[in-house]
Design a protein around this ligand. Structure first.
Ligand code: SF4
Ligand code: SF4
Length: 402
């Protein structure tokens, strides 16, 4: 008797549909392979917030009895496969329900697999993925992060590619035949999707990761209050008034010292302090009170608090003064303003390299306007993409009535 436990780590709302399709596909494939399966989400991740890391789980077992032993729970303590559908999550997971930062490979068992969609090399990803006290495998499917939303699914085949890769990773539980049958027979099935799953099965890249490899940073954590330290009744203190930045000038607002929010981010703002006209708009509009008012009247985004929503870029009236850049282009949460103050010429060069690289600035950080998904689909078709005519949710009505 044995079981396969998988987690899917995804961006809340934007990838909710994707994650549930993957876990559902695992269960359907398990049935086709003559096994039993169950899929469930982490209770504490609901309601979800945009971009906040969240988790779904799928468990496959040889027998019903074994499945019952592994039935739904808050969060399994160990998983055989961690599936991560956005490579910026390699920096760690601070979910709505989690307190502190959880490395992406934290639950992966020794010699288990971390399966990611990414265009980066393993070496580049390992700059962010935390070291683990046991060896494991890093498997890559070459793909950009797939973002859509709560009610739409981006038909880029990510879900079936993950299923095809899983058949390679765990052939004792999910055969390629079983995965193909499940894709074909599910309401989103199509021959094209079966072909994508098979390609992923053939093309998945896997590398053994040693205990010595990875990011050596100690993940952010804090002590939870003990029950005897809690006050009687429920009182929510108001946010204290902030403090001046330095020498009585500037202003640093008070922020939540526990929930940092930066793992929510897929992109971060990069600011050109030389062109800033000190209009205050970013400071007023930022939903998370991220901006410190600096002694010279410009605004510095405190990177531990920034959730990467892009509002500051949208409201800034000066062209290229605030530019959202892929989170993967950064190694720390250091102050941009301090870098600028120290060496303005060096900062200008740094800024140029960050915002000039189209690979880092074209990434989507969610949908900003109605119709963006339609525009993106059209752009993909215009650049040689293939239209999917079957298997789109809601449109495959004939199959739904079966
Ligand atoms: S992206 Fe800009 S507006 Fe959004 S949280 Fe970060 S600093 Fe604030
Ligand atoms: S919105 Fe732009 S110009 Fe206005 S203060 Fe912020 S960074 Fe400066």
């Amino acid at each position: 008797m044995s079981a396969l436990i998988c987690e899917v780590v995804y961006r809340g709302i934007f990838q909710k549909n994707l994650a549930s399709r993957i876990t559902r596909g695992i269960v359907l494939s398990a049935r086709k392979a003559g096994r039993w399966g169950i899929a469930f989400g982490r209770y504490g991740d609901s309601p979800q917030r945009n971009g906040i890391p969240a988790k779904d789980f799928a468990i496959v077992a040889d027998t019903k009895e074994e499945l019952e032993q592994n039935m739904a729970r808050y969060e399994p303590k160990h998983v055989d496969v961690t599936i991560c559908v956005d490579d910026t999550l390699s920096k760690g997971v601070e979910s709505w329900a989690w307190y502190g930062l959880q490395p992406i490979n934290k639950l992966t068992v020794p010699n288990g697999t971390l399966l990611m969609t990414s265009l980066q090399s393993p070496e580049s990803l390992l700059k962010d993925i935390h070291k683990k006290d046991a060896p494991y495998k890093l498997s890559l499917i070459r793909a950009k992060a797939s973002f859509a939303g709560l009610w739409v699914y981006r038909e880029d085949h990510t879900e079936v590619r993950i299923l095809g890769a899983l058949a390679k990773i765990a052939p004792d539980f999910l055969t390629l035949d079983a995965v193909s049958q499940a894709i074909k027979e599910s309401e989103w099935g199509s021959d094209l999707k079966v072909a994508s799953a098979k390609k992923a099965y053939e093309r998945i890249e896997t590398r053994e990761i040693k205990m010595t490899e990875g990011n050596g940073e100690i993940p952010f954590s804090f002590e939870m209050p003990k029950w005897w330290e809690m006050r009687e009744g429920v009182t929510i203190p108001a946010i204290p008034v902030g403090k001046p930045k330095e020498a009585g000038k500037g202003y640093v607002p008070e922020r939540n010292p526990y929930f940092k929010k930066y793992t929510t981010r897929t992109m971060r703002p990069v600011i050109d302090f030389d062109t800033c006209v000190k209009c205050n708009l970013c400071w007023i509009s930022c939903p998370d009170s991220v901006f410190d008012v600096m002694p010279d009247g410009t605004f510095d985004a405190a990177m531990e608090a920034c959730c990467g929503c892009g509002v500051c870029e949208a409201v800034c009236p000066v062209e290229h003064c605030v530019t959202m850049v892929n989170e993967q282009a950064f190694d720390d949460n250091a102050s941009q303003w301090e870098m600028w103050r120290k060496d303005k010429a060096a900062y200008k060069t740094w800024l140029g390299t960050k915002i000039a690289d189209k690979k880092t600035t074209v990434r989507s950080h969610g949908f900003r306007f109605r119709g963006q998904y339609d525009q993106e689909l059209k752009a993909e078709l215009d650049s040689g993409g293939v239209e999917i005519t079957a298997g789109i949710p809601g449109e495959n009505a004939a199959h739904k009535t079966v």
